[in-house]
Ligand binder design. Structure first.
Ligand SMILES: Cc1cc2nc3c(=O)[nH]c(=O)nc-3n(C[C@H](O)[C@H](O)[C@H](O)COP(=O)(O)OP(=O)(O)OC[C@H]3O[C@@H](n4cnc5c(N)ncnc54)[C@H](O)[C@@H]3O)c2cc1C
Ligand SMILES: NC(=O)c1ccc[n+]([C@@H]2O[C@H](COP(=O)([O-])OP(=O)(O)OC[C@H]3O[C@@H](n4cnc5c(N)ncnc54)[C@H](OP(=O)(O)O)[C@@H]3O)[C@@H](O)[C@H]2O)c1
Length: 455
């Protein structure tokens, strides 16, 4: 029987679903899969992106865990493609590789002042509150008033975590340093700005409704934003999600404020213009305000500027305008879209020619939009090509399973494996149980590796 030795780089949902689909679908080949992950823990953004107060979504991890635990996949954690292992190495040990490296960087927002102190990317903040080992332990939460730019679900996650009282997050898996940081935050007002209208938002009803359920936080919406144009009225009538969103806004428009100690404001028709510096003298300038241009519907779902500029005083600002993929050594990359160029998962070069043996799936294949479930259909498409492309597979010099283990060891790579992940997982769950919490995440990378690799 033909043997398929497959490397998958990136142990987020896309990579794990690809492995699962291949193992279930493939009967003609004897398949063996090695999954490389730069972090000592698997699950990508499900562990390091999904908000800690969304345990139901975090629960997807148990389905991903079942795939890893079938015994047919080897996990090599703490292995960074491009440094610890290269494309040439993979060609020597495997028939093909699927890249499922996702996206972790913030997309840029090119407005003056965006680089001021106190202006942050949402992705960095998310990585901090989800305990990603490669981000600083401390987050400067000194602002009383902050701005969040964007109207996607990430913007709502960031706004909710900033507005929520730390004690309401304590039962979740937030790391201890994150709880301490949020507990000390003096925030009173979180302002979310969307450049289009309330009927053109990208966030979803469940996530919006949740904002209104926060303890001791009042929702503030502004009546001037709800004079719907024809396109918005049509959207309410034709789109069920928008209809529900409209209903949620109506409730908040009718509801009196309760005098809560924190407020979450939703502003629409606000196109970002500039992050303003603070006016205080002496120290380096930091965020002092946000300047935006009032927009108006253009009749086609888009907006145009009105020439009316407004300012709001804030001491910090988070841009949540999307994520962006990162290039991988030796692999074609589309700098404009932040993805690996591909045809249905088959990677292509600058001349549109297929790069044999190289595939992509998940966010690095199609860009940073879509839910975890979407990575499954993605993986199906990519895996189908891996199977059908047998004539173009690489012929490895060292297909023996031990060879890659020896290579990593010879390079001094302190890799972790699936048993190691079980050690770390059990350790975090035990820490959580002792503290009456779901889990207490281990944050420093060296500690993650130490706990994983202890026998
Ligand atoms: C803040 C946030 C919250 C979200 N919340 C939800 C939600 O509640 N519900 C929902 O359905 N969807 C949610 N999503 C979307 C969901 O996370 C994505 O659809 C999904 O994670 C994409 O999967 P992926 O495997 O392509 O990428 P990722 O999950 O990012 O996985 C990529 C993996 O590749 C690894 N990697 C990267 N580079 C290398 C390298 N050079 N070498 C080795 N490994 C590498 C990374 O460490 C990572 O583990 C959220 C997204 C974000 C950003
Ligand atoms: N709970 C959940 O289910 C959950 C949580 C988090 C993330 N996710 C998913 O993860 C994916 C990524 O989410 P995301 O929020 O990063 O991306 P997103 O859904 O694409 O939203 C990006 C937002 O940024 C705005 N934006 C982009 N460029 C801008 C600019 N120059 N100025 C002002 N605003 C700008 C967009 O406005 P326009 O619409 O006008 O372009 C949009 O409102 C989505 O599919 C999301 O649903 C899901």
């Amino acid at each position: 029987m033909t043997k398929l030795r497959l490397a998958i780089v990136g142990a987020g949902p896309a990579g794990i679903y690809a492995a699962d689909i291949l193992l279930k679908a493939e009967k003609q080949f004897d398949v063996s899969i090695d999954l490389f992950e730069q972090l000592p823990a698997p699950y990508g953004l499900v562990r390091y992106g999904v908000a800690p107060d969304h345990p139901r979504i975090k629960g997807i991890i148990s389905a991903l865990k079942d795939v890893l635990d079938t015994g047919q996949i080897r996990l090599f954690g703490n292995v960074y493609f491009g440094r610890d292992v290269t494309l040439d190495d993979l060609k020597k040990h495997y028939n093909a590789v699927i890249f499922s490296t996702g996206a972790i960087r913030d997309a840029p927002l090119a407005i003056p002042g965006i680089d001021l102190d106190g202006s942050y990317g949402a992705a960095d903040f998310v990585s901090w509150y989800d305990g990603h080992p490669d981000f600083p332990r401390e987050w400067p939460l000194t602002a009383t008033s902050t701005a969040v730019i964007g109207n996607g679900n990430v913007a709502l996650d960031v706004a909710r975590i900033l507005a929520k009282h730390a004690d309401d997050l304590l039962p979740t898996e937030i790391p201890a340093n994150v709880y301490e940081g949020l507990k000390a935050s003096p925030i009173t007002d979180v302002h979310v700005f969307g450049r289009r209208g309330p009927m053109q938002v990208k966030f979803t009803p469940l996530e919006l409704r949740e904002l209104g359920e926060l303890n001791d936080v009042d929702m503030v919406v502004y009546e001037e934003d709800f004079d719907y144009d024809d396109a918005s009225k049509a959207a309410v009538e034709s789109n069920k999600q928008i209809m529900v969103i409209d209903r949620i806004f109506r409730k908040w428009r009718d509801e009196p404020q309760t005098g809560a100690s924190r407020r979450l404001h939703l502003h629409f028709f606000a196109g970002p213009v500039e992050v303003l510096p603070s006016t205080g003298s002496g120290q380096a300038a930091s965020v002092g305000g946000f300047r935006y241009e009032r927009t108006e519907p253009d009749g086609e779902g888009g907006v145009r500027g009105t020439g009316e500029f407004r300012e709001v005083a804030v001491q910090s600002l988070y841009r949540a305008v999307g994520y962006f993929g990162s290039p991988l050594d030796g692999i074609p990359f589309d700098e404009r879209r932040g993805v690996i160029p591909n045809r249905e998962g088959q990677v292509i070069d600058d001349n549109d020619e297929q790069v044999h043996g190289v595939y992509a799936t998940g966010w690095i294949k199609r860009g940073p939009v879509g839910l975890i479930g979407h990575t499954k259909s993605d993986a199906m498409e990519t895996v189908k090509h891996v199977i059908n492309d047998q004539a173009n597979w690489w012929t490895p010099e060292h297909p023996e399973e031990q060879a890659i283990v020896d290579l990593l060891a010879s390079r001094g790579v302190e890799f972790t494996n699936l048993d190691g992940w079980h050690n770390l997982d059990n350790h975090e769950l035990a820490l959580g149980e002792a503290a009456g919490r779901v889990r207490v995440k281990v944050v420093p990378r060296d500690e993650m590796v130490r706990v994983s690799n202890r026998s």
